[in-house]
Write a protein that binds this ligand. Structure first.
Ligand code: OXD
Ligand code: MN
Length: 598
């Protein structure tokens, strides 16, 4: 481990910023992270000593730990997430807004002395391959060692990033505190946090992030949702590229031809599973570039090229099993941090839907003996695993390529029990943008609040867009408009979650989703027949491979005009939200949909 000292950092602006923060937060110690294994081992040992981490059985999970959070700090908190642009209009109707002149003094009050009794960790990190033209550098200051060890998995971090930053490159300042200063005699709780005062503030103009009070996931690992989506979406708008809540996968057909697909689904709707699915069709292969975030920009050849800015997965544990995602199961065998899972007596983790019956004497995520009769889950529904992407058995050879990968197709989807067929293709980029804008989905446990309620989640970016959503729609139209039509990715919409009248899923999902990807692949190749419907191109029965599968194809591809007219009605109402910022092209697309339906 190298001892890096704030006063020896060559980047003047970074040094000054850190000095100011030290003055503000009053930490007892400051540690500039080098990202080494020794540093990580020491922090993990400290976390075990503090009771935050339980070391898991090394025969089952080498180098892995379980952390259980404060029950009031278990998910992203959207009501406490703010975009602090000068005007409310810039933040738009889908964001919470605070005036910077109100938020700044509030943050100063909160952060004043907030790190007393603690160490301030300085984490230099790169979102995207080190040194790539498409990457962005951030520096996060935090008083949570749990955050440091998670950031080491989720981002490229440490000394190498400082080397790339050099003396004058720009960095995005990210400030985080759990909001629980310690007096000298006070015992630190295993999961310090301050749920009453939690606030997550983004300043799009100065490109700053401030997060206070929560140690959980996207609230605290600031490279992820805060930088790579909210702030990056603003940078992308200004520089002509796209920062998206999308997985990226490589798909290879039996002839060995390969294409890359990016796909946006709302949180906890199966992006991780799709990104690394095990194909049920022989000789079709999927490889993973990313499972959550995708940055895309025009490459030298005029196509859209994408990188995954992250280097790890922060996946939802419940429901992850050898059936749903064998590659994630293999990836998390070692060097993994589990959060809010249940603990088996022999030191392994357990969750609902892991494919094994709960063993006796299970400890639930709250730390007590789990009572199977209680009706309460043993693992929190938003329990997570943090795992290096490189450990995924099907990680794509190009996942770390600084140039990224060329995207042939873009997929949108939501969790819809009716109306939306299994898959259909847009008529073109503008109609595809319309489809992205109209994504709606039943809510999940990834965010605090009611689960299962249908909400609009345009581009799966509802909680992640750093500016006016109507302008973001326009940005999509502009990016597409600037590329040659034949180089544009084709756009599709899919829905794995259709149910029949008795509430049973119509589609088996998981490895069978390859059949949908196969049709998409073939459409990109100019093969794969389709027929026009009022909502887009549907696969013809011959073109969609359901060999050896017993499914109700008719129900899967049924377009019910009444339901769609209702959908269009609802969209008309929804689009009003964006007022004058709604691009005319999208209003026209809605009008055209209505016309085709009637
Ligand atoms: C996530 C989310 O953690 O979308 O990826 O909530
Ligand atoms: Mn996500």
């Amino acid at each position: 481990m190298q001892v890096l000292d704030v006063e020896h950092l060559v980047h003047l602006e970074l040094r000054n910023w850190l000095r100011e923060l030290i003055d503000l937060c009053h930490p007892d110690r400051v540690h500039v992270c080098d990202g080494s294994k020794q540093e990580n081992d020491r922090l993990c040992a400290d976390l075990v000593a503090a009771g935050t981490f339980i070391k898991l059985n090394p025969y089952e999970r080498l180098g892995s730990y379980l952390a259980c959070s404060n029950p009031k700090d278990v998910a992203r908190i959207e009501e406490r997430t703010f975009i602090c642009s000068e005007t409310e209009e810039e933040a738009g109707p889908t964001n919470n807004w605070r005036k910077p002149s109100e938020m700044r003094p509030h943050l100063r009050r909160l952060f004043n002395g907030c790190m007393r009794g603690r160490t301030m960790y300085v984490i230099p990190f790169s979102m995207g391959p080190l040194g790539s033209k498409m990457s962005l550098i951030g520096v996060q200051v935090t008083d949570s060692p749990y955050v440091v060890v998670n950031m080491r998995i989720m981002t490229r971090m440490g000394k190498e990033v400082l080397d790339v930053l050099g003396g004058d490159l720009e960095f995005i300042p990210c400030v985080h505190s759990v909001g629980k200063p310690l007096t000298p005699k006070e015992k630190d709780p295993p999961w310090p946090c301050n749920p009453e005062e939690t606030v997550l503030a983004h300043f799009p103009k100065s490109r700053e992030i401030w997060s206070y009070g929560s140690g959980y996931g996207g609230n605290a690992l600031l490279g992820k949702k805060c930088l790579a989506l909210r702030i990056a979406s603003v940078i992308g708008r200004d520089q002509g590229w796209l920062a998206e809540h999308m997985l990226i996968l490589g798909i290879t057909n039996p002839e060995g031809e390969k294409r890359y697909i990016a796909a946006a689904f709302p949180s906890a709707c199966g992006k991780t599973n799709l990104a690394m699915l095990t194909s049920s069709l022989p000789d079709w292969k999927i490889e993973t570039v990313g499972d959550d975030i995708c940055w895309m920009r025009e490459g030298e050849d005029g196509r859209l090229w994408a990188i995954n800015p992250e280097s790890g997965m922060f996946g939802v544990a419940p429901g992850t099993s050898m059936t749903s995602n064998p590659n994630a199961v293999a990836a998390m065998k070692k060097n993994t941090i589990f959060t809010n899972c249940a603990l088996e007596p022999l030191g392994d983790v357990w969750w609902e839907g892991c494919g094994e019956d709960p063993p006796p004497l299970l400890r639930d995520w709250r730390g007590g003996r789990w009572d199977p009769q209680s009706g309460e889950p043993a693992a929190h529904p938003n329990a997570r695993f943090t795992t290096p992407l490189a450990q995924c058995p099907v990680v794509d050879p190009a996942w770390n390529d600084p140039n990224g990968v060329p995207i042939s197709a873009i997929l949108f989807g939501g969790r819809r029990s009716s109306t939306v067929p299994l898959v259909f293709q847009s008529f073109g980029w503008d109609h595809g943008t319309f489809l992205g804008a109209t994504v709606s989905s039943e809510t999940t446990a990834a965010a605090a609040g009611v689960v299962g309620k249908l909400r609009h989640d345009p581009f799966a970016m509802l909680p992640f867009c750093g500016y006016h959503m109507g302008d973001y729609f326009q940005h999509w139209l502009d990016v597409g408009g600037a590329l040659q039509a034949e180089k544009l990715p084709k756009i599709f919409y899919c829905n794995w979650f259709l149910k029949d009248a008795s509430g049973n899923f119509l589609w088996p999902g998981y490895g069978e989703n390859i059949r949908v990807l196969k049709w998409i692949f073939e459409r990109c190749d100019g093969r794969g027949a389709a027929e026009e419907s009022p909502i887009g191109f549907l696969p013809t029965p011959e073109a969609f491979d359901v060999s050896d599968l017993e499914v109700n194809v008719k129900a899967l591809f049924h377009v019910d005009r009444q339901q769609w007219l209702q959908e269009a009605q609802d969209l008309e109402y929804y689009f009003k939200l964006f007022g004058a910022h709604l691009p005319k092209t999208l209003a026209d697309e809605l009008h055209n949909l209505r016309r085709r339906l009637s």
